[in-house]
Design a protein around this ligand. Structure first.
Ligand SMILES: NC(=O)C1=CN([C@@H]2O[C@H](COP(=O)(O)OP(=O)(O)OC[C@H]3O[C@@H](n4cnc5c(N)ncnc54)[C@H](O)[C@@H]3O)[C@@H](O)[C@H]2O)C=CC1
Ligand SMILES: O=C(O)CCC(=O)C(=O)O
Length: 384
């Protein structure tokens, strides 16, 4: 197993550009284990509010740069997510370069667990796109710094359950802002991605009697939602091609797959009144948030509406408690409504309003917290 941090300097010019890329981040760790073929990157954006926390994504990235850009953006988003959800953690995230359908093995996740352990409690991780709780049961054999684990192992269970719940609260707040009524049923929705989160959101909306259209690259998920719809007499589902989801005539677009889906190409196709889904990093660039506002499309900032999972996995470190998670997740309704109102009042985008809210929280809390290391006696009652 070899261990290389971004601060090692073999090629000065190349590493300088790497350091510039990570200029907002505290630490980036490149993990390479030839015996299991693990190639991963762990990015810690900030530990000012507490140890970094964030899931681990597995994806067949086409290039190293693509993986690095993804993990840097995702980990920064986690710092904002932690501030918005008011949890005492900082932003981190990991990516494993590989195909989740063909490249997984127990040994690969154990090797990943060893790298997480090597960070000495500065980083806690769990599932994200392409990874499951079962993968982290293997990682847990090497480190305690894993969250989002099954109840049978002392965890809070599947974190996509509270994430889907937080999306539902976000949709209610969005409907309240748009239509003056939080009811889910009379509104039409376009859902992209029927994975761990998207499927649960789709199921709930069907149960409420809503009209949804959905897309997924995975035919099994499409079949499963059709079967669900056949079992409920209330809601209706239409299947659309993956590239057609952006131009659907639905009230609300719910992205629950990959990020970067709000960009120059897709914005022109949008006829939606709002966008409110779980995908991380939905905006390709910050400017796209402003463009949505100019187009009059209400946008629920991703790092707030999808924070149910974070709330659960961080709670797990204090001893998992479902009631506490539910109470905190419910708050997302108020936070999103507050962001919408602030954006409206100051005529700014919802992204600007959300960032300002989080930066205020971070500035206030930074005054009380310092750089986290294990040697400072933690005020967090974390698993060791
Ligand atoms: N799982 C969780 O608790 C959390 C997830 N998120 C974010 O929510 C999003 C979804 O996460 P999960 O449901 O956990 O992932 P997942 O891997 O279980 O599901 C993703 C789904 O999207 C589908 N998909 C992939 N490419 C697609 C395309 N081009 N068009 C339509 N569908 C496509 C996949 O086939 C899969 O069904 C990700 O962006 C993730 O980072 C954010 C916070 C927490
Ligand atoms: O593990 C989780 O589901 C929550 C943490 C996270 O990585 C996220 O919210 O994106």
């Amino acid at each position: 197993m070899s261990f290389l941090t971004a601060s090692s300097k073999n090629d000065e010019i190349e590493n300088m550009s790497l350091l510039e890329k990570m200029s907002e981040h505290e630490q980036v760790v490149f993990c390479n284990d030839p015996s299991t073929n693990l190639k991963a990157i762990i990015a810690i954006h900030s530990t000012k509010l507490g140890p970094a926390i964030g899931g681990c994504r597995m994806h067949p990235y086409e290039s190293f740069d693509e993986a690095l850009d993804d993990v840097l953006r995702l980990s920064k988003g986690m710092s904002y997510k932690c501030a918005a959800a008011d949890v005492d953690f900082g932003g981190g995230k990991a990516v494993i370069i590989g195909d989740p359908l063909t490249d997984k093995s127990p040994e690969l996740f154990r090797a990943f667990g060893q790298f997480v352990e090597s960070l000495g409690g500065r980083f806690y991780t769990g599932t994200d796109m392409g990874t499951t709780m079962e993968d982290f049961i293997h990682a847990m054999k090497e480190t305690n710094n894993v969250v989002g684990i099954p109840e049978a192992y002392g965890g809070g269970g599947d974190s996509s359950v509270p994430t889907a719940e937080s999306v539902i609260y976000g949709l209610k707040a969005t409907n309240k802002m748009l239509f003056g009524n939080e009811s889910l049923q009379p509104v039409t929705y376009a859902i992209q991605g029927l994975g761990k989160v998207g499927f649960k959101v789709a199921e709930r909306l069907l149960k409420e009697g809503a009209t949804i259209c959905v897309s997924d690259v995975n035919v099994d998920s499409i079949q499963a939602i059709q079967e669900k719809a056949a079992q409920t007499s209330e809601g209706t589902v239409t299947i659309v091609e993956t590239n057609e989801i952006y131009s659907q005539k639905a009230d609300v677009y719910i992205p629950c797959a990959m990020g970067g889906i709000i960009n120059d190409t897709t914005i022109d196709q949008f006829q939606f009144k709002a966008i409110a889904g779980s995908a991380n990093n939905q905006l390709l660039e910050e400017k796209h948030g402003i463009e949505l506002a100019k187009k009059g499309i209400l946008y629920a900032p991703d790092y707030i509406i999808n924070s149910g999972g974070l709330i659960q996995v961080s709670d797990e470190l204090y001893g998992a408690n479902k009631e506490r998670v539910l109470l905190k997740t419910k708050e997302i309704y108020n936070t999103i409504l507050e962001v919408y109102k602030q954006a409206d009042l100051y005529q700014i985008s919802t992204v600007e309003a959300a960032n300002q809210l989080c930066e205020r929280v971070m500035a206030n809390r930074e005054k009380r917290n310092s750089f986290y290391t294990r040697s400072i006696s933690p005020k967090w009652n974390l698993r060791h």
